[in-house]
Design a protein around this ligand. Structure first.
Ligand code: ADP
Ligand code: MG
Length: 321
């Protein structure tokens, strides 16, 4: 199968590549054309996933299709952007119809879930690698950046933390778990649901935001430095799922939540006065700390003790009794 036939059969023909809102011209020309309404801005982000680095070389292609797009769409969520379109740069070692068919199905499923149209890409031969570029739109000046956190704001997250990190040893086949524990964790890893609606609901409310891809501690560090504030995290408040705690125990689950990657949950800062309305509207907002004057990220136990892990070799976040 030639390159053009492959593109046509698996990607141009996919439902997510048919006409979408804001797409003037999709796959097939030298460029796609997007219409951005006046007074809105284009939000753009690229993510690359490399086999053997970001996912096991032998992975279910359907799940990989979902995950590769979800990871990229999560950046749109974190900016408060409305999804419009994406491109796919696909590098494949060989053309395997069953692999491509399943990959395209997973991609299509996530694209429709997110409201993203496939408008172009590139197809080359080489070690398996997937690059997604996503495009969203956001009213001028309303994008949620990492910069605006204010002293006195609450530090919040949009859901449970650590599940994807808990799933990793299962994904890699290093560990087994009963289905009722493994299933919810693996689902979080393979098909994270980008918090697009939450991101849009936070426009004009959150003062800073990002999606957690490298663990809460590290990612909060980005908000702290961009906003020139300190973030204080409360160990006790970390939202941990039941399956994660069953798999890793409380200490292990906390470690996963604080340092594990791949959650793709939004972390954001919020003036305290804005919290009630969000909770009443049913948004999954969990307060995990607050913004203070200073710099960096600190972690505190329920007695107020500073238990911020050192930079080296710190594995667990035990509370002092
Ligand atoms: P060009 O040589 O002009 O860069 P290509 O031959 O690479 O164009 O691609 C032809 C068309 O197919 C373009 O519209 C491109 O965006 C699209 N395309 C290529 N690969 C993919 C893919 N994996 N998924 C979606 N569209 C693709
Ligand atoms: Mg061209």
């Amino acid at each position: 199968m030639g390159e053009f036939e492959l593109i046509r059969q698996y990607f141009a023909a996919a439902q997510c590549a048919q006409a979408g809102e804001g797409v003037v011209l999709g796959i097939g020309d030298d460029c796609a054309l997007l219409a951005v309404p006046a007074a809105e801005q284009l939000a753009i982000s690229t993510d690359t996933l490399v086999a053997g680095v970001h996912f096991p070389a032998v992975s279910d292609p359907y799940l990989l299709g979902q995950r590769s797009l979800a990871v990229a769409a999560s950046d749109l969520a974190a900016m408060g952007a409305t999804p419009v379109a994406f491109t796919l740069a696909l590098t494949l070692p060989e053309v395997r119809a069953d692999w491509l068919e399943a990959y395209a199905r997973g991609l299509n499923q996530m694209a429709r879930q997110c409201g993203l149209s496939l408008v172009g890409g590139d197809t080359t031969r080489g070690p398996l690698s997937l690059t997604m570029t996503v495009f969203g739109r956001v009213p001028g000046g309303q994008a949620l950046t990492r910069r605006g956190a204010q002293v006195g704001d609450l530090l919040c997250v949009g859901g449970e933390l650590g599940n994807a990190a808990g799933a990793l040893p299962l994904v890699l086949g290093e560990r087994d778990a009963p289905a009722e524990i493994a299933a919810p964790l693996l689902a979080q890893y393979w098909s994270p649901a980008p918090q697009l609606a939450l991101g849009q609901a936070l426009r004009g409310k959150a003062t800073a935001a990002l999606d957690i891809s490298d663990g809460l501690l590290a990612d909060c560090g980005h908000i702290a430095s961009a906003s020139q504030v300190a973030l204080r995290l409360e160990l006790e408040r970390l939202p941990l799922g039941k399956a994660l705690q069953q798999l890793l125990g409380l200490d292990g689950a906390r470690t996963a939540a604080l340092t594990g990657g791949d959650d793709y949950v939004i972390a954001f800062t919020l003036p305290p006065a804005a919290l009630d309305a969000l909770l009443k509207a049913g948004w999954p907002v969990r307060v995990v700390g607050r913004v203070e004057a200073g710099s960096g990220v600190s972690l505190h136990d329920r007695h107020g003790n500073d238990i911020t892990p050192g930079t080296r070799g710190y594995q667990h976040f035990r509370e002092t009794p």
